[in-house]
Ligand binder design. Structure first.
Ligand code: NOJ
Length: 540
């Protein structure tokens, strides 16, 4: 693999998100486990060829929010393995010259975490102030109008002590009080624990929710016209979230995390943190890099996930990020994750290929979501099969559809778990035809397309580091851009619609890959893009 001087691994890596409970079950409980990830490492490193794994939560959890409600930040859920399994997995990942970043949950614990159990015992408890408590209003109503992102008030009354505690998400995830120095120390110590074990970095969960308005002011109403999706969010979207997240004090916390992470970084092992930051105002978003680039190495850029799939909108996201990035900061792109509908369901199979070409040829670190490389589709469920707490409150936002078991082959349960074992979420029945094994045998499959593209990126300094510039004059329905270094000019040309289009190029060139996987060779100055076709071209 090309190893560019001056380029840190997380800048030239392609990250692959493994949602471990849905990847591979090896102990016949229907829940994927760390040993399962270990068994599939050859697939990730050799067959597919990604550079880094982001492992979603594997900590002990009562599963109110499937691993994001944690009872012990320094342990492995026994259903998923042990610390020894974790160490074995990490060392096998490193043996393959890959990196591992893990989900670091910082904003809340489980309500069954010993800290919270202690905190709710009495108002005098030594851990009381570790969480956000407030007394009811005179009327008995919650202290303010803040809402849980999953629906309903964010405040839950604790009958024993007569106060409310705050939860940004489910009521089983009480938010920590980051203004308490003991909390801060205990949480930084969690990061130390995993850094000392050797992880290469973190995906910091719900990062900008970490600190709220200390005066607990009411959020003002949102009077802007709202989209149908936003309206479906109900009460949550009827407020402007000025006070319930993103308090400017959170930047100081990220500087502390960065110092800690840097103190574990060496020339051989630079460590890294990417934050889950759902902010779509670029000026606000870039603040998470820090004024002196001393906060997160990258805030996740979700611009493409919610974007209407139109060339001018996509172009706007790319140019928006390019323009906003401060000097020295490194960007990134995401098309899906465990919180979003499946890419191929959102865009359709053809445009999912186009989107993958975009993701893997832009300037910035790409993150792939497990299963998108074979075009997995949203799962469908009967009401009694719904597991996701958000989906239970509001089926429109259910996230189970994107969390179904990885489809490895045509055997029962798609090879995710043994025959006769009930998977925690049923495999999508299309596993019989849509699976890794079948797609490896088909030279033009989505999987082979993605593999090919990953290799092109890994061997191209221009794709990894080259400058980005929009190619002006693309016909309607198309978006095209250059990626250039001193010695090379690449063009990526994307046709977003179902009609053939002709794109004038500045010179002829060589087609390195087409989404249709059926052409190579030279192209003249007029590039004919078939319906839904995208091409990567080396000019000259
Ligand atoms: C962010 C995670 O990505 C999401 O899956 C989870 O539900 C929330 N944090 C709340 O725990």
């Amino acid at each position: 693999m090309f190893d560019a001087p001056g380029q840190l691994w997380w800048q030239h890596a392609v990250i692959y998100q493994v949602y471990p409970r849905s990847f591979q079950d090896t102990n016949n409980d229907g829940i994927g486990d760390l040993n399962g990830v270990l068994q599939r490492l050859d697939y990730l490193s050799e067959t597919l060829g990604v550079d880094a794994i982001w492992l979603s939560p594997f900590y002990p959890s009562p599963d109110a929010d499937f691993g994001y409600d944690i009872t012990d930040f320094k342990a492995v859920d026994p259903r998923l393995g042990t610390l020894e399994t974790f160490d074995a997995l990490l060392s096998e990942i490193h043996a393959r010259r890959m990196k591992l970043i893990i989900d670091l949950i910082v904003t809340y614990t489980s309500d069954q975490h010993p800290w919270f159990v202690e905190a709710r015992r009495s108002r005098q408890s030594a851990k009381r102030d570790w969480y956000m408590w407030a007394s009811p209003k005179q009327s008995g109503a919650p202290p303010n109008n803040w809402q849980s992102a999953f629906g309903g008030s964010g405040w839950e009354l604790d009958a024993t002590t007569g106060q409310y505690y705050y939860h940004s998400f489910t009521k089983h995830q009480p938010d920590l009080n980051w203004r308490n120095p003991e909390v801060r120390e205990a949480m930084l110590d969690v990061a130390r624990f995993w850094l000392a074990r050797g992880v290469d970095g973190f995906r910091i969960d719900a990062a900008h929710w970490i600190l709220k308005d200390p005066d607990l002011r009411d959020n003002p109403p949102n009077t802007a016209p709202r989209s149908p999706v936003a309206r479906a969010l109900g009460e949550y979207d009827s407020q402007l979230h000025l006070y319930d997240k993103g308090h400017s004090d959170c930047h100081e916390v990220f500087r502390a995390y960065r110092q800690l992470i840097d103190s574990y970084s060496t020339a051989d092992q630079p460590r890294f943190a990417v934050g889950e930051i759902h902010i779509f105002d670029w000026q606000e978003w870039v603040k998470f890099y820090g004024e002196r680039l001393d906060e997160l190495h990258m805030p996740y850029n979700f611009g493409l996930v919610g974007a209407a799939w139109q060339p001018e909108v996509v172009r706007g996201v790319v140019e928006g990020m390019e323009r906003a990035l401060p000097a020295g900061a490194w960007g990134n792109y995401v098309l899906g994750n465990h919180d979003e509908p499946r890419l191929a369901s959102r865009l359709g199979a053809e445009q999912a290929r186009l989107a993958t070409l975009l993701l893997l040829t832009l300037r910035g670190t790409p993150t792939l979501y497990y299963g998108d490389e074979i075009g997995m589709l949203n799962g469908e469920f009967t009401p009694d099969q719904i597991r996701d707490p958000w989906g239970k409150n509001n089926p429109l936002f259910g996230r189970d559809p994107a969390r179904t078991p990885m489809q490895w082959d045509a055997s029962p349960n798609g090879g995710f778990c043994a025959e006769g074992v009930a998977a925690w979420l049923p495999a999508n029945p299309d596993y019989a035809t849509r699976n890794v094994e079948a797609q490896l045998a088909d030279p033009r499959s989505m999987l082979n397309f993605t593999r090919h593209l990953l290799r092109l990126r890994q061997n191209s300094r221009t794709l990894q580091q080259g400058a980005y510039r929009t190619l002006e004059g693309a016909p309607q329905g198309c978006y095209a851009y250059y990626r250039t270094t001193a010695g090379e000019r690449l063009v990526v040309a994307l046709n977003f619609n179902g009609r053939e289009q002709v794109l004038p190029l500045p010179s002829g060139g060589r087609v390195l890959i087409s989404t249709h996987m059926d052409r190579g060779g030279r192209t003249e100055r007029e590039l004919r893009l078939r319906a839904h076709e995208g091409c990567l071209i080396a000019l000259g």
